[in-house]
Design a protein around this ligand. Structure first.
Ligand code: CAP
Ligand code: MG
Length: 427
């Protein structure tokens, strides 16, 4: 029982405590400011659960049992257990407002990084999770075991609708399975949403018919939530199967709204994540973002590449891929064990400075259950968009048939051209 009287310095520290299956557990890295790790993390535990800077006379004894418990301190790494009754079921925002709320702005800490969270069964089961995930996308696109190949229409902004739809069409007939809008394209005057949706989905159907392959368009519906839902409804009416959503800039509650009110596949872009995920000593890790995206209903999520233009090393990307695709994950120094209680997987997306030469690395390190996306790596091909798309598919074909790109390129010219053009590029 937490003592709310004299010894408040360590009232939330209980290193003898063994977390139960009803506890949500957070793993933090704490850099204290002018105090010990123990004192600093006591502040983190009280501020992220039921406490404040002084005992309050309005407190009731029954509230104390909801207090967080710091049960492990190893150097700057600490683990805190929170009873699940502390949180509203089915609400990512509510959990974040506790464990990732005020704590990041406290004077008690110079740096605070929430590295991972593990969720108890009952709380986890209160979330929808993805509607489709890896299996659902594979079923819709009739692709059994190879990675999916996608592109982003480039230039990311500025193209008029007819040119946008044309670039998308050429990407599909060249071999892309998926074409997506860029994270910052929504309904600007040069390319309004309604016109873009009908014109580009028309091209999607045309390309599917001509190639005999299933094709998908990930159109960006990010907007004020009522407008977002109206846009998703229009996509459905037009026969679209997928939408794209900027989960960080729009928020997890917006993703929950989309998941619970539309029957379309949801591709989550993580634009702005770097503002709080990239500092190793402060902020919220991409692992936590991935946890919440899977819970809130993301069917596919950008996780990094380990080799392209964006940050994120191979170990981090690999652990996040497991976290969002596996049914159970083991603990590692940066990750807590998690049983996903049957929640569907979220398809991992490797994107950002990717070109065909990167594909063997991506498949070797992250397997075949990935969506490999390239914007510049398709539309920057010396022979244009369609050939660029073909070169991406050929690179996947080479790895699937156990051949090197160099050898496969001898009989697949689009790939060879891409290798000659970008072969020396390193990020
Ligand atoms: C990639 C991209 C994606 C990034 C996002 C871009 O384009 O469209 O938004 O992949 O990063 O705008 O940069 P290129 P992440 O293929 O031309 O690089 O996947 O790390 O979230
Ligand atoms: Mg982009």
């Amino acid at each position: 029982m937490i003592k709310m009287v004299k010894d408040k310095k360590y009232a939330f520290i209980d290193q003898g405590y063994k977390p139960t299956r009803n506890d949500l557990v957070c793993m933090f890295r704490v850099t204290p400011e002018k105090m010990s790790v123990k004192e600093a993390v006591n502040n983190v535990a009280l501020e992220s659960s039921i406490g404040t800077w002084t005992p309050v006379s309005s407190n009731k004894k029954y509230v104390n049992k909801l207090g967080a418990k710091v049960f492990a301190i190893s150097g700057n790494w600490v683990k805190i257990a929170y009873p699940q009754e502390l949180f509203e079921e089915g609400s990512v925002s509510n959990i974040l407002s506790s464990v990732a709320g005020n704590v990041f702005g406290m004077k008690a800490v110079k740096g605070l990084r929430l590295e991972d969270i593990s969720f108890p069964k009952k709380l986890l089961k209160s979330f929808c999770g993805p509607r489709f995930g890896v299996e659902g996308y594979r079923k819709i696109l009739k692709i059994r075991d190879r990675p999916l190949v996608g592109t982003i229409v480039k230039p990311k902004l500025g193209l008029k609708t007819k040119d946008h739809a044309k670039v998308a069409y050429e990407s599909w007939v060249g071999g892309c399975d998926l074409v997506k809008d860029d994270e910052n394209l929504s309904s600007q005057k040069f390319n309004p949403f309604e016109k873009r949706a009908s014109k580009t989905l028309e091209m999607c159907d045309k390309a599917a018919e001509e190639t005999g392959e299933k094709k998908g368009y990930l159109i960006n519906v990010t907007a004020e939530v009522m407008l977002m839902l109206r846009r998703a409804d229009l996509v459905k009416e037009l026969g679209g199967k997928f939408v794209m959503h900027d989960v960080i800039t729009a928020g997890f509650a917006s993703l929950e709204t989309l998941r619970q009110n539309s029957k379309l596949g949801i591709h989550s872009h993580r634009a702005m994540h770097g503002a709080f995920t990239e500092n190793p000593n402060h902020g919220l890790s991409m692992m936590c973002v991935a946890d919440f995206a899977r819970m809130a209903g993301s069917d596919s999520l950008h996780i990094g590449t380990g080799i392209g233009k964006m940050r994120g090393g191979k170990r981090e990307v690999s652990e996040i891929r497991e976290e969002i695709e596996a049914m159970k994950v083991d603990k590692t120094p940066h990750r807590l064990q998690q049983n996903w209680q049957g929640l569907k997987s979220t398809f991992a997306v490797c994107s950002g400075g990717i070109y065909p030469g990167h594909i063997p690395y991506l498949m070797k390190n992250f397997g075949n259950d990935i969506i490999i996306q390239a914007g510049g790596g398709v539309h920057g091909h010396p022979d244009g968009t369609a050939k660029g798309a073909t070169a991406m598919r050929q690179a996947v074909g080479a790895v699937m048939s156990g051949e090197t790109l160099e050898h496969y390129g001898k009989t697949h010219g689009e790939l060879m051209r891409a290798m000659e053009f970008w072969g020396k590029i390193r990020f």
